[in-house]
Design a protein around this ligand. Structure first.
Ligand code: B12
Ligand code: SF4
Ligand code: SF4
Length: 344
């Protein structure tokens, strides 16, 4: 059955709302507006070790290479905002990772939306985060929001605290109009970034970004960034926290994004007691499980080196003997940082 395009779009937005998405907009399936900016970002090495971003560039910048005959890109937003207040704890975790992994939650919704579009005669591929799509570029084209100077996509009601997802479809849906850039003269995110990772408006050098260094990067954290990481043990929200558009943010209806008590009841040094098994249990269904025990404890040691006290030294000294070299080196670094601070 092929429906009238306007009726198909009305059905789409209704079903997207029923599935719990907070916004749903449409743009044309064609080469991304900022395809060149993406290619330059890659060739300048800004992706660091994320080699997967360098593969299939032609597909990533053009949805018609992903779905032959694609006409439209449907951009979806899901609010994850768990609140302004940081939960208890002598550390910070990026808000998107306070509880369950969004990939699983969103993919279930995308499957249902895909079935509904199939019933309307469409052929689709759907993605959230991991697919070959420049998600923020197409969201901007659809008027869902705009790419701020921090690169983060901003929605006029949700601010920055939402995930993106999309379906590339053969259905010819009437496109929405772009909303335009509303950063104005503001540069708060650029000024606040602890590592100067926003090297120019609309460009983040991932190699300097704390989100990359604490999540994606596999090796030892370069010494030049350890102090700036402060008390962050997974991801970084600083360029989002300072964005004035977040004053309109409302708490997510999805309780699976609200802070997980069994994680936040711990102090930093408690995490050093985790073995592989207890790490897996504590972070079951959480995005944090992806970085495994060794990268997580690496990050915990960096934070302890920055904010820890003498009371943390016994646990850190034990961790300095860990058989994993990544953990032992960072624990030894933390011990020397705390001693230098407290014995000076
Ligand atoms: C790789 C990646 C990262 C990398 C690199 C980030 C970066 N800024 O490039 C790292 C690990 C650092 C990272 C960090 C984060 N990420 Co990330 N990440 C991605 C991923 C997989 C690809 C992004 C990418 O292609 N980067 C390369 C650059 C060149 O592209 P871009 O940043 O998207 O920029 C586009 C626009 O800014 C635009 N543009 C470029 N120049 C210009 C100029 C003008 C004038 C304009 C208007 C636009 C414009 O074109 C660019 C290319 O399309 C996307 C998912 C996806 N498939 O798109 C998630 C994604 C962007 N990440 C997401 C999140 C939540 C985060 C963090 C907030 C997590 C955290 N709290 O720690 C941080 C935010 C850091 C930041 N300031 O961007 C969300 C963002 C949601 C939103 N509201 O924007 C996404 C969309 C995942 C999702 N499905 O929800 N991420
Ligand atoms: S996530 Fe943190 S380190 Fe990365 S660009 Fe934003 S403020 Fe800078
Ligand atoms: S902090 Fe200011 S410049 Fe940065 S994204 Fe938000 S509005 Fe734009």
């Amino acid at each position: 059955m092929i429906l009238d395009p306007q009726i198909a779009k009305t059905n789409l937005t209704r079903i997207a709302r029923e599935l719990g998405f907070d916004d749903c907009r449409v743009s044309r399936a064609r080469e991304a507006t900022h395809a060149e900016a993406y290619k330059n970002w890659i060739s300048d090495g800004c992706a660091g070790d994320m080699a997967w971003l360098e593969r299939n560039i032609d597909r990533r910048v053009n949805p018609t290479e992903v779905v032959p005959g694609a006409c439209s890109v449907i951009s979806l937003a899901l609010n994850y905002f768990p609140g302004h207040e940081d939960p208890d704890g002598d550390y910070r975790i990026a808000r998107y990772a306070w509880n369950e992994d969004y990939h699983d939650i969103i993919e279930a919704k995308l499957k249902d939306l895909n079935s509904a579009l199939e019933d309307m005669g469409g052929v689709q591929r759907f993605y959230t985060d991991t697919g070959p799509v420049l998600e923020r570029d197409f969201a901007t084209d659809s008027g869902l929001g705009w790419s701020g100077k921090s690169c983060v996509q901003i929605h006029k009601e949700m601010g920055t605290w939402f995930f993106l997802a999309e379906l590339i479809t053969t259905l010819d849906l009437p496109p929405d109009q772009p909303f335009g850039d509303h950063c104005g003269k503001c540069t708060r995110c650029m000024v606040a970034c602890p590592t100067d990772a926003i090297t120019e408006p609309h460009r983040v050098d991932a190699r300097r970004c704390i989100s990359y260094l604490t999540i994606e990067y596999l090796g030892p954290i370069p010494l030049e960034f350890r102090k700036q990481i402060g008390d962050r043990i997974y991801g970084c929200d600083t360029c989002l926290d300072v964005c004035p558009w977040n004053r309109f943010a409302k708490i997510s209806r999805e309780t699976k994004f609200h802070a997980r008590q069994s994680v936040f009841q711990n102090r930093l040094r408690d995490f050093l007691e985790l073995d592989d098994e207890s790490f897996r249990i504590m972070f079951a269904k959480s995005p944090i499980k992806r970085i495994k025990r060794n990268r997580f404890l690496r990050n915990v040691c960096v934070a302890l080196g920055n904010v820890g006290t003498k009371k943390d030294l016994p646990a850190l000294t034990r961790a300095a003997g860990d058989e994993d070299a990544l953990i032992s080196e960072h624990a030894a670094w933390a011990v020397s940082e705390i001693k230098a601070r407290t014995e000076a």
